[in-house]
Ligand binder design. Structure first.
Ligand code: FE
Length: 142
């Protein structure tokens, strides 16, 4: 029905510099601090972003880029490892100038303003990813 592991780790606050790309910065941070599994959340102002939608019927990814100033009203996701490298699974909701929102998986986002995140390192090794042919997703493997 489910699987679980108890965690015991560290917590960080992370401020990503203006004009940096959030995924690149988070990946670099995970390498620097050797975060092998964890949770990430936060808020940001961005000028460009690419989101991803997985169509479950076709198992095809549909990516869309937004070249406009937006507020990430909620970034949430997790950190694991795949093939020995940090693997970020991030979802976002972002608001536009007209206060409507768009969202999806976050592939890339360029900071234009502030980006204030928290990272909790679960302190666990062996939280990996394995491709699942039924869903077309890289599911947790532990
Ligand atoms: Fe997802």
């Amino acid at each position: 029905m489910y699987k679980y592991r108890e965690t015991s780790g560290k917590r960080y606050i992370l401020s990503v510099d203006n004009h940096e790309e959030i995924g690149e910065a988070l990946t670099a941070f995970c390498r620097e601090r050797d975060v092998r599994s964890g949770i990430v959340g936060g808020i940001a102002a961005i000028s460009q972003a690419t989101f991803r939608f997985l169509d479950p019927a076709t198992k095809q990814y549909v990516d869309k880029t937004f070249d406009e100033q937006m507020e990430i009203t909620c970034l949430t996701g997790n950190i694991s490892r795949k093939d020995g490298e940090p693997y970020l699974h991030l979802h976002v909701t972002a608001s536009r100038r007209d206060y409507t929102c768009v969202g999806g998986h976050l592939l890339t986002a360029r900071v234009n303003g502030a980006c204030e995140l928290f990272v909790e390192d679960y302190g666990l090794d062996g939280i990996g990813r394995k491709f699942d042919s039924e869903t077309g997703l890289n599911l947790y493997d532990f």
